[in-house]
Design a protein around this ligand. Structure first.
Ligand code: KDG
Ligand code: MG
Length: 427
């Protein structure tokens, strides 16, 4: 009798199990628009009319990614099942022989994001639910205070604290240099910076002049803003490893949340030198295209925060793998959040950040730009320095094709850096 009942029950269970219907990819569209700066956006449309969107923006190399997508990737996706995110990722990464690289990985990333967006819409769930649900109720943000002088930076930091931010990146102009990374000059916001760069501008760097400013910046910041605010700083790879070690040591009294991109780590052993000398926490990763560029840094615990971005490191699928690997070595995630990552990337980060057990903090510059908000319809909220993820199905963001078409691409470059004697340096 018992075996009869078990048999009947399992039979009816199988009968109610529904076969998942194929979601044939019908069209892959690529857009390059300029709502204040250039963005590359992918839209994947299925036979059933469900679509997903992804960000493929690579600052200063936008058309290379757009061509990669249009000419080499889109034709191979037509007719495939949009459900098979992992297989499509492997097909584009492993199946192609030419692995990694910023252009290739930005293209793969956008396809991956769009497929996760579709899967969420089909499941009628926000993507973070498909990643395992929430590990926290909101996402900690750090905002930017960029000033023409130390006191200007600290005025801006005070204004951000009044808005509720508890973590702030401090950057100030370096006296004696015409321009400094991270300082907006006469521009109102970051979105105005790129429009005026039809050829790469050149900037001058001096480590000596930088040291004279940066230690004083954090000394005054602690004196004026107290010890309850988290401070961050981006060196933007301008220092050699031993110079970074010295800076980390000099900044120890001011208790930074992290020091970002102190030195280039193409040679990942570089960070061993820095680590040996300082307890200032270290962060790196915004230019990385794959887990391989940070494997040793993470495994050797030479960094504390990994800053890869969904758009540049291969999408949600790859970011999740990096986060899980980092978690084994007490390295936390702090995704890149510059204005050259579109709101679609920010949305992807929100879903990763809310779900990853080892998420720490998200860089946030805001999207206070009218044209940008006409093109990208986002749906998150910010309160007291924290962002709340959208519960809409998929990534929770939409893209207005007509608004994008009305704002065409304009060629633009990142600046190039030189030492005072003319030697090309790291920008
Ligand atoms: O494209 C380059 C920018 O994304 C980068 O300069 C911004 O370093 C950056 C940051 O930390 O936001
Ligand atoms: Mg940076």
């Amino acid at each position: 009798m018992l075996s009869y009942l078990i048999n009947r029950f399992s039979k009816s269970f199988y009968q109610i199990g529904v076969r998942v219907k194929m979601l044939k990819i019908e069209q892959v569209k690529v857009f390059v628009c300029n709502p204040g700066r250039n963005f590359v956006t992918v839209k994947i449309i299925t036979e059933q009319g469900i679509y997903g969107i992804g960000d493929a923006t690579l600052n200063g190399r936008e058309m290379a990614v757009a061509t990669m997508l249009e000419e080499h990737i889109a034709p191979c996706l037509i007719g495939r099942d949009a459900h098979n995110i992992e297989d499509i990722w492997q097909y584009l990464y492993k199946g192609v022989y030419w692995r990694k690289g910023p252009v290739n990985m930005a293209a793969i990333a956008a396809i991956d994001m769009a497929l996760w967006d579709i899967k969420g819409k089909v499941a009628n769930l926000p993507v973070y639910q498909l990643l395992g649900g929430k590990s926290r109720h909101a996402v900690n943000l750090y905002a930017h205070a960029n000033g023409e002088s130390i006191s200007d930076t600290l005025d801006k930091a005070e204004a951000l604290i009044k808005q509720g931010f508890k973590a702030i990146r401090l950057q100030a102009a370096i006296p004696g240099l015409a321009v400094t990374y991270g300082v907006l000059g006469d521009k109102k916001d970051y979105f105005e910076l790129q429009g005026s760069r039809p050829l790469p501008p050149e900037e001058t760097w001096s480590t000596k002049k930088y040291f004279a400013m940066v230690v004083e910046l954090f000394k005054q910041a602690r004196e004026r803003l107290g010890d309850q605010i988290d401070f961050l700083h981006d060196v933007h790879s301008r220092l050699t490893p031993i110079e970074s070690a010295r800076l980390g040591k000099l900044l120890e009294p001011y208790d930074l949340f992290f020091l970002e991109d102190a030195s280039i780590a193409e040679n990942q052993d570089n960070y061993q030198v820095i680590r040996q000398h300082t307890t200032t926490p270290l962060a790196i990763g915004e230019t990385y295209n794959s887990i391989w560029e940070c494997k040793s840094l993470i495994q050797n615990q030479h960094i504390d925060f990994i800053r890869t971005a969904a758009t540049h490191a291969g999408g949600i699928t790859a970011m999740r793998r990096i986060a899980d690997f980092a978690n084994l070595f007490n390295v936390r995630t702090a995704p890149h959040g510059a204005p050259d990552l579109s709101p679609i990337c920010f949305a992807a980060h929100m879903h990763l950040n809310i779900s990853a057990p080892n998420f720490a903090i998200q860089e946030f510059v805001g999207f206070d730009n009218e044209q940008l908000n006409q093109v990208f319809k986002h749906n998150y909220t910010v309160e007291s320095g924290m962002a709340f993820v959208s519960d809409a199905p998929g990534l929770g963001i939409d893209f207005d094709e007509d608004a994008a078409k009305a704002l065409p691409y304009k060629r633009s470059y990142l600046p190039v850096s030189r030492l005072e004697d003319g030697t090309v340096w790291n920008w």
